[in-house]
Design a protein around this ligand. Structure first.
Ligand code: GTR
Length: 404
């Protein structure tokens, strides 16, 4: 089994030196926000773009917005629900994806959590009005997902990950999109948004161009473009949230699009919040082998070669500064390396401090279920790789403090 080969022994973590986010590749010390924003931030962003997630090869705006369904009486009258299709067109390509939006009725312009879901919007609540996606999905016979099709049988199966009522009662909106509508999660670069930018009979992006994570992040940016036009939403307070591979996606979206007010990485692990140089749990080689389509091709240069990386994931988190970022781990989720996730948040902190913000101020990981809540926040909860009510309770509390 994949996980069995991985190193879970702290004494076998290789020795490594982490690059200082406040020293340029040429060895110059960064002393203030201006130098960070003019010199260091751009060079880090460029490195992560060219070698990790890949460039978006062109610009593409929403062609059409279509409200397909709306109700003022969702969630037993507590919420206003909308389902909005965003359409994209270029040459002979078309792509549509649907945002399901719940908004609190008692808030005029709501701050909002924006997220992807793994199995279709209809899985996040039992609400019978939610349209079932027709996009490709990986089979999951236990949930009735066969022949790559979603059906009624999976309605509400992910309720436990999405406390929609709690979110709305706390005064936040929630907008979700099925990630497979933007780019199906399989090693095939001829579907989803990627082909929009191909020339002639090109079948995959260039080595420094976007993999799936950057494509999904791009989709979140276009969702934000739409939210900026939605009078019921405060688009200056959109918190991008993601779990696991979608946590990696949320971090990249927050790093590349500074309009996102805050970012939540739930158990994002390798290529997300976890430091690569620790080689604990999932490694770059493993992720590139299991998911060759997630990152750009250049990332393969770092498989079993972490020591030559001039960056690490704490610098991805630093790219989000000074906006609030929450890194969350789960005790049993060793594949995602909780300690490596904590250390990223810790070592990103000096960049937040440059802006006068507070990050992680202790060297040691906090005990389980004892969140550290600051502009840079961290918790490790008991339990497995998942999204729990406990996680959302902390995210809401933190958003009340740092975003709302
Ligand atoms: C795992 C993968 C992780 C994480 C996870 C998920 O198989 O190794 O990096 O992304 O999937 O997204 O659930």
């Amino acid at each position: 089994m994949a996980q069995a080969e991985a190193n879970y022994d702290e004494s076998k973590v290789p020795e490594f030196k982490l690059p200082d986010p406040l020293v340029t590749f040429n060895g110059k010390k960064i002393k203030n926000v201006k130098q960070w924003e003019k010199k260091r931030r751009p060079e880090l962003l460029h490195f992560f773009t060219e070698n990790f997630y890949g460039e978006v090869p062109g610009e593409l705006k929403i062609d059409d917005v279509h409200l397909i369904e709306e109700s003022e009486n969702a969630l037993n009258g507590k919420a206003h629900r909308k389902q909005v299709v965003l359409s994209f067109k270029k040459d002979n390509h078309t792509l549509d994806y649907t945002m399901l939006i719940y908004l609190p009725k008692n808030v005029e312009k709501a701050p909002l959590f924006l997220a992807y879901d793994f199995l279709g919007n209809h899985t996040i609540t039992k609400d019978p009005e939610i349209v079932i996606s027709e996009a490709w999905v990986a089979d999951k016979p236990s949930l009735g997902i066969i022949n790559n099709q979603l059906t009624e049988q999976s309605r509400g199966v992910r309720c436990d990950r999405w406390p929609v009522e709690k979110i709305v009662e706390a005064g936040y909106g929630l907008a979700v999109i099925y990630y497979g509508e933007v780019d199906p999660d399989k090693n095939d670069m001829t579907d989803g948004i990627h082909p929009f930018f191909y020339v002639d009979d090109q079948e995959q992006p260039a080595n420094n161009e976007w993999g799936a994570i950057a494509a999904w992040s791009w989709g979140l940016g276009r969702a934000l473009d739409y939210l900026e036009t939605d009078a019921d939403v405060d688009a200056s307070k959109v918190i991008v949230f993601g779990h696991s591979r979608l946590g990696k996606t949320a971090l990249w979206a927050g790093a590349t699009d500074q309009r996102f007010a805050a970012v939540i990485s739930n158990n994002s692990g390798c290529g997300g919040a976890a430091l690569s140089k620790r080689r604990f749990g999932e490694t770059i080689a493993r992720i590139n082998r299991s998911f060759p389509h997630w990152f750009c091709n250049n990332f393969k240069n770092y498989s079993n070669n972490e020591q030559t990386l001039p960056v690490d994931q704490h610098e991805l988190i630093a790219l989000i500064a000074p906006r609030p970022v929450y890194v969350a781990s789960a005790e049993e989720d060793r594949w995602a390396d909780p300690k490596g996730e904590f250390l990223s948040a810790l070592y990103a902190t000096p960049v937040f401090e440059l802006y006068g913000k507070k990050g992680i101020s202790q060297q040691e990981m906090p005990p389980v279920n004892q969140p550290l809540l600051n502009t840079v926040s961290y918790h490790i909860r008991t339990g497995e790789h998942n999204v729990k009510d406990y996680d959302w309770e902390q995210y809401i509390r933190w958003a009340d403090m740092f975003v709302k």
